[in-house]
Design a protein around this ligand. Sequence first.
Ligand code: KIV
Length: 266
Amino acid sequence: MPAITLTTLQGLKQKGEKITMLTCYDATFANACNEAGVEVLLVGDSLGMVLQGHDSTLPVSTAEMAYHVACVKRGNSDALILADLPFMAYATTEQAMTNSALLMQAGAHMVKVEGALWLADSIRLLAERGIPVCAHMGLTPQSVNMLGGYKVQGRSENQARQMRADAISLEQAGAAMLLLECVPSELAEEITHAVKIPVIGIGAGHATDGQVLVLHDILGLSITGRVPKFVKNFMTGQPSIQAALSAYVAEVKAATFPGIEHGFSA
Ligand code: KIV
């Protein structure tokens, strides 16, 4: 077991202490993130874009995810490892169980799935079988073709009402964590207060229980040159990558990151 468990994260939410999460895809960075005190390492399917050079996360396979989870596991001692189930790896409840098992056996401690209410059955089945699940809501990059691009979600009153209701339903189904991507800051704050499980934000304002960013983004590395509004380059003014990782942890813990300028309004 790592030092950080689900119970640790629930305790941090109850105490009002911010949770730190970063994406991580290999052993060296897992070790560096441990040194910096990052509590959750997200082996995200963003690796399809930042490592593999694809223009979306859709081409990533479960086998590739399992490979990177195993790499991260070998460099990790303290953090909880959260792994993405990639595109169409949980289209049915059977696929969700089979593919989650592969990621857990590779070293993950929790899996993440993108979507809303339709995930409830899979989340319930996985939780009943001992697999904690994080539900990723708001901008769900695996659905970029349905969404018509990488756009802020939940801006209309109807969408916001639906997202609040779905978040509560997924908690009731057994979700252990929520991740909100690119939703208005006020909506993220309401959802964070409406559920007991930790809520992690990316482009969701400062009021969520914790923050996540893509590792390469905080190090100022971009293959496209397009930097989303919610990103901060933590290498600025820092002498090393290790110092930048520590600066990220310090700013999230102190709630100085994200600033108002990193969030979205309705
Ligand atoms: O895959 C990923 O890196 C993610 C983050 C953007 C939250 O899901």
